[in-house]
Design a protein around this ligand. Structure first.
Ligand code: CAA
Length: 262
């Protein structure tokens, strides 16, 4: 029997829990092949559809979050093959449709498609041994899962050009200073920190969490004026929810809120 390419677990003990997805090709440093990405996409979609799940965490091993798309699988691909099969798009893009928050808990290498996968997540919590990079240029290609677009938005043009054009790695400290990383923690604390953040999110009002994610993502994709208008409309719409009434009443009554997720 072959090992599963991803491991799926459910953590936490609240009404809504965390789906923990672990990339599981340790010998290949979690190189991302089509079979793995198909399974990851299905697991993400299932977690998003499950009303008992409030947050998703994706992690890898201590040595590698993921060292990129699987080079041995794609070395012989032709242009016609990648075009006709919509290589990358078909299964890698599922994560963009996930409406619940996704946290990347990154230790070790996050390179190429691994760095791009981490950047597609909503929060990136990194261990001190994490290393980020877009080394595709060294094997005769360029990033193909959003790296040339998301990296400049996260760290600015200067550093993105440096990383994409030279293929060098940056360590976790440099990545945090540059704004790629949400939180930097010792390796032994990585999963505790990521799962604690996920637990906190699970306990909140799901609709407001999803709308907040949608609004922050708008900031990446449109103009400031459009984003602010969009945020205002979503903000207004939250006054139609029971959770807004409950959240504010609980604050005024100095008690914890009891969200009904509606
Ligand atoms: N694809 C396939 N196999 C990979 C891989 C990858 N991206 N990265 C590592 N592996 C395999 C190695 O071939 C090796 O396999 P064997 O034991 O069978 O030889 C195993 O994982 C362990 O790797 P190393 O022996 O190389 O480990 P190391 O500690 O010496 O080096 C590393 C680690 C610096 C990450 C190095 O493995 C490396 O440079 N990997 C490739 C990184 C890369 O170029 N990523 C970009 C891929 S292209 C891409 O991602 C396109 C896109 O945008 C979607």
């Amino acid at each position: 029997m072959t090992d599963p390419l991803i491991l799926i677990d459910t953590r936490g003990d609240g009404e809504r829990r965390t789906r923990l997805i672990t990339l599981n090709r340790p010998k290949q440093l979690n190189a991302l092949n089509d079979a793995l990405m198909d399974q990851l996409g299905a697991a993400l979609q299932a977690a998003d559809d499950d009303a008992g799940i409030g947050c998703i965490v994706i992690t890898g091993s201590e040595k590698a979050f993921a060292a990129g798309a699987d080079i041995s699988a794609m070395q012989s691909h032709t242009y016609m093959h990648v075009y006709k099969t919509n290589f990358i798009t078909r299964n890698w893009e599922t994560i963009r449709r996930v409406r619940k928050p996704v946290i990347a808990a990154v230790a070790g290498f996050a390179l190429g498609g691994g760095c791009e996968l981490a950047m597609m997540c909503d929060m990136l919590i990194a261990a001190e041994n994490a290393k980020f990079g877009q080394p595709e240029i060294k094997i005769g290609i360029i990033p193909g899962a959003g790296g040339t677009q998301r990296l400049p938005r996260a760290v600015g043009k200067a550093k993105a050009m440096d990383l994409v054009l030279t293929g060098r790695m940056m360590d976790a400290q440099e990545a945090e200073r540059a704004g790629l990383v949400s939180r930097l923690v010792p390796l032994e604390k990585l999963m505790d920190e990521a799962l604690a953040a996920a637990d906190l999110i699970c306990a909140l009002s799901g609709p407001s969490v999803m709308m907040a994610k949608e609004c922050v993502n708008r900031a990446f994709e449109g103009s400031l004026a459009d984003g602010v208008d969009y945020e205002r409309r979503v903000f207004h719409s939250l006054f139609a929810t029971a959770d807004q009434k409950e959240g504010m009443a609980a604050f005024l009554e100095k008690r914890p809120p009891k969200f009904s997720q509606s």
